[in-house]
Design a protein around this ligand. Structure first.
Ligand SMILES: [Fe+2]
Length: 381
């Protein structure tokens, strides 16, 4: 097993029989209220490296855009510089969030042709953009809420990001080793009753397949009233869990998201790391806050037995609040940050996989209890 296979749980896949072949994540594009400072936060706290930029100084009079990287993960952070920018209206409605889950594909036209005949809304038709570094071909299709998937073929391009961007670094000394190496999965929250529709969208329009993980009424109604299914591309590099609220004893965390994001959108981004302990220590030292895990999680005999043998003493996990989940393939370690901006919407997960291809279903109960305590403290439960 290669490091990358272990890191994000890749499987073998034959692209030649795939109606919608996907190479992997191209970028997560964010719209935020202050891109200058969000880009600084992602560098200073999360150790990302600035590598490209577009803004007034480069002829972009509408917004500033910072391209950040950590390993294979690329984030693009955009903020308006003029009040009539379309980004202002987007941010006014949704707050900071992900607007575009851009995917790298080998053949934009083939993917769009398939998507179009299977019911997709095409937002941008396939087109070329060129500069001195070559040509990028791209197109975009709509997914849940005001979120889109831009499909990018950068096979003919050697520039720092896209035409219109210039290479740019910051004076910040890069952190070594990196705090995370790749995007593992991106979770979407959709309205009640819509989860299966979006699962079918990814299956029919984008050729994705269901993964085994499924959270149904049993966990949902007793704890945080949420249902979840997961779809993935052929080799599982791109994995999309989809959540919907369910009727429960209390107001769902998904309902809270949908209210404050004003509709469906990206709930969390899981960042893959080979050393979650060091990453969590470094992030805490930078002031990043994580959801607390109840001590009973580690002390409960049944849970303790389920954790079994992991690579570090359980006391080390407990000290940091790191969760463990185990299935027939192996185990995973994970932890969730608090929402990273002002609204109780988008947050990060850190995940270290050891064979498990799951998403932490076994932790839902323990985790939901922690989330609900936070929600209650905000007066939204
Ligand atoms: Fe997750």
């Amino acid at each position: 097993m290669t490091i990358e296979q272990q890191l994000v749980g890749l499987i073998e896949h034959d692209d030649s029989v795939d109606p919608f072949p996907v190479i992997g994540w191209d970028a997560l594009v964010w719209v935020v209220g202050n891109a200058t400072q969000s880009a600084h936060f992602l560098q200073s706290a999360f150790g990302m490296r600035l590598e490209a930029y577009s803004g007034p100084e480069t002829g972009n009079r509408d917004h500033k855009s910072f391209v950040l990287r950590s390993g294979a993960a690329r984030f693009v952070i955009k903020g308006a510089v003029v009040p009539d920018s379309a980004l202002v209206a987007h941010h006014d409605r949704h707050g900071d969030g992900v607007v575009d889950i851009a995917l790298e594909v080998p053949d934009v036209d083939r993917c769009i042709a398939w998507a179009r005949t299977h019911g997709a809304t095409i937002l941008t038709e396939p087109h070329d953009e060129s500069d001195e570094f070559g040509t990028v071909r791209s197109a975009a299709l709509a997914t849940y809420g005001e979120t889109r998937h831009t499909l990018v073929d950068r096979g003919g391009y050697a520039g720092p990001y896209l035409p219109g961007y210039v290479a740019r670094t910051s004076t910040r000394v890069p952190r070594a080793p990196r705090l995370f190496q790749a995007i593992d999965h991106v979770v979407g929250n959709v309205e009640q009753g819509m989860m299966d529709r979006w699962v079918e969208f990814y299956r029919g329009v984008m050729g994705f397949t269901n993964m085994a993980e499924f959270v149904g009424d049993d966990i949902a109604t007793e704890y945080s009233a949420l249902m979840s299914k997961v779809v993935a591309n052929g080799n599982h590099r791109v994995k999309f869990p989809l959540n919907e609220p369910a009727v429960g004893r209390k107001r769902s965390q998904i309902d809270e998201y949908l209210e404050f994001y004003r509709g469906p959108g990206v709930q969390h981004i899981a960042l893959a790391t080979g050393d979650i302990l060091a990453t969590v220590d470094a992030l805490r030292a930078e002031g990043v806050e994580f959801l607390p895990t109840p001590h009973t999680y580690y002390e409960d005999a049944e849970l303790r037995a389920r954790i079994g043998h992991v690579r570090v003493p359980v006391a080390e996990l407990q000290r940091r609040g790191i969760l463990v989940d185990r299935d027939e393939d192996g185990y995973l370690l994970q932890i969730f940050t608090r929402p990273i901006a002002d609204r109780p919407t988008v947050f990060f997960e850190l995940i270290e996989r050891h064979g498990s291809l799951g998403f932490g279903k076994g932790n839902f109960k323990a985790l939901f209890q922690a989330i609900e305590r936070e929600q209650a403290a905000r007066g939204n439960l």
